[in-house]
Ligand binder design. Structure first.
Ligand code: PDD
Length: 287
């Protein structure tokens, strides 16, 4: 079924939507994005994603093309026009399309940002087979740039990392820098040891996950101790449980790391409980 997508102010059938070949997102990965979950045709953590979008744009000196109400309206229009019940909305803002390729940023007075949004349905979002079974991760070097806190569209290395993991018989990769885990290719990474949830502290080394913020808040509210610190590859392999979080997977249990089985090799009790709490609370708060 053809989707209705949003491009620079217009709602169009996906086959009619076009972006210039001079767009800096296409030529230079000069753009940022957000992925917002939709449950029951409502947006999960919309304000968290909007705030991070503003920050990412600000860090790159791209003017935010819309205010909160404008973004919310486009998201809601797309949900309505596509009859989206469960899935996500992808949004991307690039520095726009100047007349030529140039390393110098174009004048924002004459080159407006390009704005694209589309929906992606996912009927298995809540009842995910991967969440029931748990996933296997492989460790790879973190070879990304130094500003991973900005949610840019330069996703080549994460995409290569995912392929390296699949080649190794795993579902995803955790990236390692100086012996400690930074994050997954498209998610934040956690281990659980003796009932304590351990995840890397926020810095430029990782994306400041919106799901991470919510999950840590729910964990603390449920009296689960949280340690925001780096953890080593060895600590990960000898953890009791592990999991990843992202808008598209919620809390997803990890059952194997670099060939080492965690616990009984099935999703652990704390990760499973956190997933349940996250889904229940997000559903209640969705707008
Ligand atoms: N990825 N770390 C990285 C590198 C990510 O790409 C993502 C999200 C996260 C989790 O962030 P959040 O909880 O705000 O989704 C962490 C999205 C889902 C994607 O690229 O599809």
């Amino acid at each position: 079924m053809s989707r209705i997508v949003y491009v620079n102010g217009d709602y169009l059938p996906e086959g009619e939507a076009k972006v210039s070949i001079f767009d800096r997102g296409f030529l230079m990965a000069d753009g940022v994005y957000e992925v917002t979950t939709v449950i029951d045709s409502k947006l999960v953590d919309f304000d968290g994603h909007f705030t991070r979008l503003e920050r990412s744009l600000g860090e790159l000196d791209i003017a935010n093309p819309m205010d909160r109400e404008g973004w919310l309206d486009v998201h809601r229009q797309l949900i309505a026009q596509n009859g989206l019940d469960q899935g996500m909305i992808y949004l991307q803002v690039t520095r726009g399309a100047p007349n030529d390729r140039d390393f110098v940023f174009p004048d924002p007075e004459t080159t407006a940002p390009t704005v694209v949004l589309f929906t992606q349905a996912n009927p298995a979002l809540l009842d995910s087979p991967k969440a029931r079974k748990g996933i296997k991760v492989a460790m790879i070097d973190d070879l990304r740039w130094g500003r991973r806190d900005i949610k840019t569209v330069q996703l080549l290395y994460p995409s290569m990392g995912k392929m390296m993991a699949i080649k190794a018989g795993c579902d995803d990769a955790w990236m390692v820098q100086d012996g400690t885990v930074t994050e997954g290719t498209s998610n934040n990474a956690y281990i659980i040891k003796d009932g304590r949830i351990i995840t890397r502290a926020l810095s430029n080394d990782i994306l400041h996950g919106i799901t991470r913020a919510a999950v840590l808040r729910f964990a603390r509210e449920a009296q689960m101790p949280v340690e925001e610190r780096s953890f080593t590859v060895d600590e990960a392999k000898s953890a009791d449980e592990a999991f990843v979080t992202s808008a598209s997977t919620f809390v997803l249990p990890v059952v194997e790391i670099d060939g080492e089985t965690l616990g009984d090799g099935v999703p652990g009790p704390l990760a499973t409980r956190l997933r349940d709490i996250y889904i229940e609370e997000s559903r209640k708060a969705a707008i």
